[in-house]
Design a protein around this ligand. Structure first.
Ligand code: PRX
Length: 654
């Protein structure tokens, strides 16, 4: 499938002009307009970003310096003061949006709630006071482990309001994964729910929190705030655990937003890398606010009449930037949905679009491929005429899925923005501007104004058109991560040193390979490191390997991604058993379950293969390239002369 995808992408020559009626009203309405902005930003990046920051955001105090770049450490809008929650809420109380819907929420079992800007502001102020009452102060970290319910957005905004950095942990992660994140962040408080709905079943979130905190495993946590969502019985630890609704009911709604320094931490979001320990990606207030705001505005061409639905969970960066912060900072109406397409309700997404007259729909290629499988009749039975723009994110979209999305969902009327970015980049870096940039199915097209990208070799030299290479970013941008929490060295070595800096010029290493075609369009090819993207979710091989070796039967393990048609990739694990254990189906099931319990269901291996040894170089390094080939049944190409024992290949091939 990978080969087929690469070939179809290489042969892809279709070009779709932005529809004329779309361009007519678009914020950036022609290729020339995009190029002008792009050139302005190149010529004088600081003025470009400073003008936008001044026009688009409210500042309590203006900055003294636009950018302080001490590579690889950047500070943006130094000396400026602002508050993200103020920019998302307060300013819309006086700009005519007070009674406009800020948030529409559709719950899984058919319930729903809506909030105007005034109502959301009130809820956030009350929750901010609750947090203070529970001892949370500016600078304290707050863990958020919630389902896709309005309280997730309210909690994030309440944290931002009082200057307490949040760390949202995806509700699909296990107690173990939650624990390690809360420990690293030294969270003072955790916000969770009694349970959450996932595909017709209830996930016991509070139980997971109890397990994560058991035996004083995270001594920094003083309180757990619990949202009543499913109404199931949960155990409440006296003094530590409090009900959200009880405290919220009596909290004052007077809570002015705390003026924050531009470089004050807004949030930490953990993501997978090449080691077993997730990285705490740090985003700060001013730069992230501007970048999530302006990318949302230009790429989604946000108008006051839009209803924007990004299907990502708030546990991922996409949910942070394009469910919550970007849309609200723009005063848009954002839609949040607790459910997910499933066998019992394959058309639920289309029902939501029809019901709320969604105009902008942003989802992942995996979802699109699953819709293709369930057939055109499902969306055809709904009225999707409200849609005017479609987006894709999280993994490469194959041209055939792009075409299906364009024709069947968009009725050949809606431009598609294939947006490339990462947890680390804070917002979208490469994407069409829908009224300006012609699209090619499978290409993320061109960089956003102010973003200087390139495709280079390992020495940092640009490769020629259509040659594959490493995707890098050559200039700092406001939404970039500032560091890795507690690990500045890891920040430097992971992102800025894989390609050695030359003459003080640092290249941000994305971990992706790409090719640029003769029009300068980017075609993202996939990760070059040990990160696996399953259904758009990011996992590290090493995390799954650590989970496996923690099982008593496992001596050694290596994990690779294997291309898979619907989810993009799936996990194949190669396992060497301890003496006294023998391979069996039961053991396979047990190990899979063990990974699920340690990380979460998204990390469940699709296949486990047993062997006596792993292919390693003479220096003892696992040859993942070889394992990848074995996993997909391909012949092992390239140099394997350093391989210690050739017999291991035959055994693992089975
Ligand atoms: O490999 C790229 C892929 O997702 C990675 C980043 O994952 P994460 O930090 O979880 O953020 C996902 C949502 C922003 C990238 O390094 N990726 C993301 N968007 C695209 C993509 N690959 C191809 N095309 C995209 N549009």
């Amino acid at each position: 499938m990978l080969q087929a995808t690469i070939e179809s992408i290489l042969q892809e020559e279709r070009l779709f002009q932005p529809p004329a009626d779309f361009s007519q009203t678009a914020r950036i309405n022609s290729l020339e307009a995009y190029q002008r902005l792009y050139q302005q930003a190149i010529a004088d990046p600081e003025t470009f970003w400073a003008n936008l920051a001044a026009q688009e955001l409210h500042w309590f105090q203006k900055w003294e310096k636009v950018l302080d770049w001490q590579p690889p450490f950047a500070q943006w809008f130094v000396g400026g003061q602002l508050n993200m929650s103020y920019n998302c809420l307060d300013r819309h109380l006086t700009d005519g949006r007070r009674d406009k819907l800020a948030l529409i929420w559709e719950g899984e079992p058919g319930d729903g709630r809506t909030f105007t800007y005034a109502q959301l502001h009130q809820e956030v102020c009350q929750m901010a006071n609750v947090l203070k009452q529970l001892g949370v102060q500016k600078g304290d970290r707050v863990g958020i482990y919630l389902p896709m319910i309005p309280e997730a957005a309210i909690a994030m905004l309440a944290c931002a309001r009082i200057g307490a950095p949040h760390t949202v942990v995806f509700g699909g992660f296990s107690a173990e994964a939650l624990k390690s994140r809360l420990q690293d962040a030294q969270a003072k408080l955790v916000i969770t729910a009694d349970g959450g709905w996932r595909k017709d079943a209830i996930v016991p979130l509070k139980d997971q929190v109890d397990r994560a905190l058991a035996d004083q495993a995270v001594p920094s946590v003083q309180h757990v705030l619990v949202v009543q969502r499913t109404g199931q019985e949960v155990s409440m630890t006296p003094d530590r655990d409090r009900w959200w609704h009880e405290l919220q009911a009596t909290a004052s709604s007077d809570c002015p937003a705390e003026p924050m320094d531009s470089e004050d931490l807004l949030f930490i979001l953990y993501t997978s890398g090449t080691t077993g320990k997730p990285k705490g990606v740090v985003h700060t207030t001013g730069g992230y606010n501007l970048f999530s705001h302006i990318t949302a505005q230009w790429i989604f061409d946000i108008k006051d009449s839009d209803i924007l639905w990004c299907t990502a969970d708030v546990g991922w960066i996409t949910g942070h930037s394009y469910v919550v912060y970007g849309p609200l900072s723009n005063g848009a109406t954002t839609l949040m949905y607790e459910g997910a397409p499933r066998a019992s309700n394959p058309g639920c997404f289309w029902d939501v679009i029809e019901k709320y007259r969604v105009t902008i729909f942003y989802t992942a290629p995996t979802a699109i491929r699953s819709f293709i499988k369930t057939g055109e009749a499902v969306p055809a039975a709904r009225d999707l005429s409200s849609l005017r723009l479609l987006g894709s994110v999280g993994e490469p979209i194959n041209p055939s899925a792009w075409m299906w999305y364009y024709q069947v969902i968009g009725g050949e009327r809606c431009p598609i923005v294939d947006t490339w970015w990462q947890t680390e980049t804070g917002g979208i870096l490469i994407s069409p501007l829908p009224g300006a940039i012609p699209t090619k199915p499978g290409s993320a097209t061109l960089p956003f104004p102010g973003i200087v990208a390139d495709v280079v070799d390992m020495e940092g030299n640009p490769v020629g058109a259509n040659q594959g290479g490493y995707l890098v970013i050559k200039q700092p941008w406001p939404g970039m991560l500032r560091t890795l929490y507690n690990s500045p060295d890891r920040y430097r070595t992971t992102y800025w040193e894989p390609i050695p800096p030359k003459n003080g010029n640092y290249l941000y290493f994305t971990g992706d390979s790409a090719r640029k075609d003769s029009d300068g369009y980017y075609w993202i090819m996939g990760r070059v490191d040990d990160v696996i993207k399953i259904a758009g979710h990011r996992l590290g091989s090493a995390e799954i390997e650590s989970a496996l070796v923690a099982h008593e039967a496992v001596a050694e393990a290596a994990v690779v991604g294997r291309p898979e048609e619907s989810k993009g990739e799936e996990i194949v694990a190669f396992v060497i058993l301890e003496d006294g254990y023998v391979p069996s189906d039961a053991l396979v099931q047990e190990l899979k379950q063990h990974v699920v319990a340690t990380i979460g269901a998204i990390a469940r291996p699709s296949e486990i293969r047993f062997g006596d040894a792993l292919p390693k170089t003479r220096s003892g390094k696992i040859m993942r390239r070889v394992l990848r080939a074995l996993a997909s049944g391909e012949t092992v190409a390239g140099d394997i002369s350093t391989l210690e024992d050739h017999n291991v290949l035959e055994q693992l091939r089975a």
